[in-house]
Write a protein that binds this ligand. Structure first.
Ligand code: SF4
Ligand code: SF4
Length: 61
């Protein structure tokens, strides 16, 4: 299981992570990415590849 977090100070609100995640981990909240379904993460690393500001951190629990 993975813990997905977004640094809202780095997030630009581009929504790329929302669009790329195959398991709908992210939603937008107040213009920032919110990894509200982090428990669905399969560590495909797609979001890490598209985020322009390295705002996403994923750690194994
Ligand atoms: S690593 Fe893959 S499954 Fe996990 S949050 Fe990022 S895009 Fe979604
Ligand atoms: S890809 Fe990065 S900058 Fe874009 S919305 Fe997601 S966390 Fe924010």
């Amino acid at each position: 299981m993975y813990l997905v977090s977004v640094d809202v100070n780095k997030c630009t609100g581009c929504e790329e992570c929302v669009n790329v995640c195959p398991n709908s981990v992210f939603q937008m909240t107040d213009g920032k990415s919110d990894p509200y379904q982090g428990s669905e993460c399969v560590f495909c690393e797609s979001c890490l590849g598209v985020c322009p500001s390295a705002a996403i951190t994923i750690t194994e629990m």
